[in-house]
Design a protein around this ligand. Structure first.
Ligand code: ADP
Ligand code: MG
Ligand code: ZN
Length: 491
């Protein structure tokens, strides 16, 4: 029987990311923004969509939008135009969302990723566009048994929150690449200080579009759009599932249709929401309540000059100036606050690699243990540097330095003060150390000492440990070892 060669499929993925902007007020009214405020307490006639209420554009939101666009290497539009996107949903009080349709604020950008494509070139993703829009309110579905049993309540606090929708090109070729894209995008946005970027609180949201095509074919396949993705891990899992499903359908000779799906994380599968053919026609048209207005180039350049050094550049500088390993540079730069902390420490102690080892090592361990960020620790660059210097000068050893560190990050005091308080400073009192060494050698004369004399190196470690215990850790193990060996060998 002739063996049919199986078609190999290649996934094509494009992501749409919504970012809530951390402005003082909403996109088109003066209402404040606060996650978790009492329901409907942050509302006014504009964001409630009452007849006759007129929107006004929030300048800070536009500026944050420009900031994001520039950070993603986009062109910035010369004028701002808003459009109405019409649909009906209980949490959309006006019956339309003010968005940008044919003239997005930002377009034609790129995101450089820290990975390589199939041909070994640095992977670059296009940012098709990034436009401004307003968020909808929130529908809250009440549990059948509880208060408001089984009904749906609406909270309009979120309605009118400024959003930037970042539409990525169909450039990603695997769920893993999509995962890296999201992490890289989030990292870059975190440098801008324009959003909380919390998927948990909904200030960062992602819809994933995916199709497959026979490898080598240029034309894209039929895509599905997946919603209800609450973490980057879910995005990756949903894409893996959907690629498998598409492959099975095509391999069994079936056809796909373009549709919108919801991810069910419990069942680890997608389910249909609506198909695009029967989807609403949004009847976009220019927002008549808002005039278009110009975006002066001077404003754009002013925003550009206020951008921080972005991670790609900073990483290269860390490699060049501090001679860090690629891995350490990528890691430290991944968190702006941590990278700032690192650089402030290096400014106090000209040993970038040693400081990096502490940041990547103990500092990170502490952050992970506490599930905290560097700002949450009571650790200053000066205190960290003081600690490293105590270690260098032999006043602490590797073990006591870590002990002092873990106390220090919680008490906000300096390294020396903490070491004294914990009684960990190594006393340079040789006679006290000598006395302990003699004591231990006498105690283990016919055991470890004899073994060491017989050439068993391990025995020395045991003797060091015994001395260390009696000295309460306040000694340098290397010096102790030398002392013990010298005493035993009689020189
Ligand atoms: P729509 O107007 O329906 O939202 P867009 O053209 O704006 O569609 O694309 C939305 C997202 O879908 C983009 O991120 C894009 O990269 C992605 N996309 C478009 N076509 C495909 C496809 N065939 N396969 C995978 N992703 C796609
Ligand atoms: Mg779209
Ligand atoms: Zn309002």
């Amino acid at each position: 029987m002739p063996t049919a060669t199986k078609t190999e499929y290649e996934p094509v993925i494009g992501l749409e990311v919504h970012v809530q902007l951390k402005t003082a007020s909403k996109m088109f009214c003066g209402c404040g923004l606060q996650f978790g405020a009492p329901a409907n307490s942050l509302t006014c006639p504009v964001c409630l969509g009452l007849p006759g209420a007129l929107p006004m554009v929030n300048r800070q939101a536009v500026e944050y939008g420009i900031r994001i666009g520039l950070a993603l290497n986009c062109q910035i539009a010369h004028r701002i135009k808003f459009d109405r996107k019409n649909y009906f949903y209980p949490d959309l009080p006006k019956g339309y969302q003010i968005s940008q349709y044919d003239e997005p604020l930002c377009f034609d950008g790129v995101l450089q990723m820290p990975i390589h494509d199939q041909n070994g070139n640095p992977k670059v993703c296009t940012i098709t566009r990034a436009h401004l829009e307003e968020d909808a309110g929130k529908s809250i579905h009440m549990d059948a048994g509880g208060p408001g049993g089984g009904s749906t309540l609406v909270d309009l606090n979120r309605a009118g929150t400024p959003l930037i929708e970042i539409v990525g090109g169909p450039d990603l070729r695997s769920p893993e690449e999509a995962y890296v894209y999201l992490n890289t995008l989030k990292r870059n946005l975190s440098y801008l200080g324009v959003s909380d970027l919390s998927m948990e609180k909904g200030s960062l949201r992602c819809d994933a579009n995916v199709s497959i095509r026979p490898r080598g074919q240029e034309k894209f396949g039929v895509r599905s759009e997946i919603k209800n993705l609450n973490s980057f891990r879910m995005v990756r899992a949903a894409l893996e599932h959907e690629i498998r499903r598409h492959t099975e359908v095509l391999e069994s000779g079936g056809g796909l249709r373009q549709e919108t799906l919801l991810w069910d994380d419990e069942k680890q599968e997608t389910r249909a929401m609506r198909s695009k053919e029967e989807a609403t026609d949004y009847r976009f048209f220019p927002e008549p309540d808002l005039a278009t207005f110009d975006v002066p180039r001077e404003w754009v350049e002013e925003v550009r000059s206020s951008l921080p050094e972005m991670p790609e550049k900073r990483q290269l500088r860390f490699l060049d100036d501090y001679k860090l390993s690629q891995q350490d540079a990528v890691y430290i730069v991944g968190d702006k606050a941590l990278a700032d902390f690192y650089e402030r420490s290096v400014a106090l102690m000209d040993d970038p690699k040693k400081v990096a080892a502490w940041v990547v090592g103990e500092v990170t361990r502490e952050l992970n243990d506490r599930n905290a960020e560097i700002a949450d620790l009571k650790l200053t660059p000066a205190a960290l540097v003081e600690l490293i210097k105590l270690l260098d000068s032999g006043k602490l050893n590797n073990i006591t330095a870590k002990e002092v560190f873990h106390v220090m990050v919680g008490n906000g005091e300096g390294a020396l003060a903490t070491a004294k308080k914990l009684n960990k400073l190594i006393e340079q009192n040789d006679s006290a150390v000598d006395a302990i060494v003699n004591e231990v050698i006498a105690e283990f004369a016919d055991k470890a000492v004899a073994d060491f004399k017989a050439g068993e190196e391990k025995a020395l470690g045991f003797l060091i440990g015994q001395c260390m215990r009696k000295l309460k850790g306040k000694a340098n193990p290397k010096e102790l070892g030398a002392k013990i060996a010298a005493r035993i060998n009689g020189d």
